[in-house]
Structure formats: C-alpha cells, structure tokens
Design a protein around this ligand. Structure first.
Ligand code: AKG
Length: 230
C-alpha cells in the first residue's frame, strides 16, 4: 500500500500547523479497530460520553497502532528530537452523539508542559456531514485565549474566546478512514456537527519529545519512547 512520506512534510507542518497523510492504515484495519473500539466502550466506556481515554493501555490493537511504523515514520520527520507516545483517546459521534467539538487548541489540556503533536485518525470515512475535523491553517502561530463552553451533553470544553478568522479560512477535512491528520497542539481545530446521523469514530494519539517525566506525564502509564532523542 502507498504510505510514502512526502519530502515537504515538515515544511508544510511548520507553515500550516497540520499535515494530512492518506492511507496510513487499510479499510480492513479500520474495521477491526472500530470493532475493538466498540468492545472497549461497552466494557469500560462511561454511558453518554463521547470521549474515552487510555485506549492503548486497555487494548492491544490500539497499542499496536500507537507505535505502528506507518504512524511513527511521519512523526520522525515532524519531531526531530525523538518521539514518545503519551496517550490516546477515542472521540466518537453517532446518530445520538451529534454535537460539534468547539474551536480549541489542545495545549490548554496540558498547560505548562512541553509541546505535543496529535494524530487524528478516523475509523469511518469523515465528512462535513458526519462530524469531521475542521482546522484553521497557520493558527498555531498565534496566541489564543480559552473560555469554558458547555456542550449539549452537559460536558464542558475549552473554546477559543478571541476567534478572529473568517469562514473562508476554515478547512473542513473530508477524508477517508485510515487517513491521519498530524497536528500541533497549538493549532485551532474543532469538528462539524454530525447531521448525517452516521457513526464517526476517530482515535487521537498524542506524542511528544522524550524527556525526563514531567508531573503531567505520570498520569499516562502507556507512555513509551518510540524514537529516542538523537
Ligand atoms: O474528533 C473530534 O470531534 C475533535 C476532537 C478534538 O479535537 C479533541 O478532543 O481535542
């Protein structure tokens, strides 16, 4: 299968704050992971939740994905100081989980820690209609303020409070399952509402450069150095 890393990957990541790499894993692998995701959620998921953390810790298939060379290969081009897997989470929408994820940047989840990069990989084809990821290219270079926003399911989410982009700046990532969106933890992103009433399962793996554990890291027992610092 094709999974070559484009030569300009790091330059595009630096310019836009994200890169999209198609065909990281196959449709069959997505099917298998989705069925594993359903098992994880039915055994350990919180009723009503749309997010489930520690998937690689709980499931060998997601553990294998987190360190798969097809994922780690591109990461080595974007992370010159080595690659440590930190944690992952399932984020899923369906006929009864339809709400959009508000515009936010992930570094507000982990304030005052070293920079991180996440890989958003849908297990269903992801479109504007079923809740795909939306991004603002170049937004990783600006300063953003966060405010708390209440979601339709009663959860709260950090949202960018000083949004200054226009409709035309938004990239709605319509992508096939098995594609990876590699994005900076400073990139403004969100997702569309699921108006199609179809499943949209995605796994998000988060990575950082290897270093002595920060207190924040200790909450993530699946963390693992995949490429040591050169
Ligand atoms: O999959 C989504 O809806 C977006 C998830 C997301 O951006 C996040 O959990 O930080």
């Amino acid at each position: 299968m094709k999974n070559s890393v484009p030569a300009d990957l790091a330059a595009r990541y630096e310019r836009d704050g994200f890169v999209i790499i198609p065909d990281l894993i196959t449709a069959e692998e997505c099917d298998k992971l989705k069925s594993e995701a359903r098992n994880v959620l039915s055994n350990k998921g919180r009723p009503g939740a749309s997010v489930h953390l520690f998937v690689a810790l709980e499931n060998p298939y997601f553990r294998a994905l987190s360190e798969d060379p097809r994922v780690v290969g591109p990461l080595t081009k974007l992370m010159p100081h080595g690659v440590q897997f930190l944690n992952d989470k399932l984020v899923y929408k369906s006929a009864d989980k339809t709400f959009p994820t508000p515009w936010h940047i992930d570094c507000f989840y982990w304030r005052n820690t070293r920079p991180k990069l996440s890989v958003w990989l849908p297990l269903d084809d992801a479109t504007a209609a079923n809740g795909t990821l939306t991004v603002i290219p170049g937004s990783h270079k600006k300063d953003w303020k966060m405010v708390k926003k209440g979601l339709a399911n009663g959860e709260f989410h950090d949202e960018v409070g000083n949004a200054d982009w226009r409709e035309g700046d938004i990239v709605t990532c319509a992508i096939k399952r098995g594609t990876g969106i590699f994005f900076s933890d400073r990139l403004v992103h969100g997702s569309t509402p699921n108006t199609a009433g179809q499943d949209r399962y995605a796994i998000i793996g988060t990575y950082q450069a290897p270093a002595a554990d920060e207190p924040f890291d200790l909450d993530f027992p699946a963390r693992k150095v995949l490429v040591p610092a050169a």
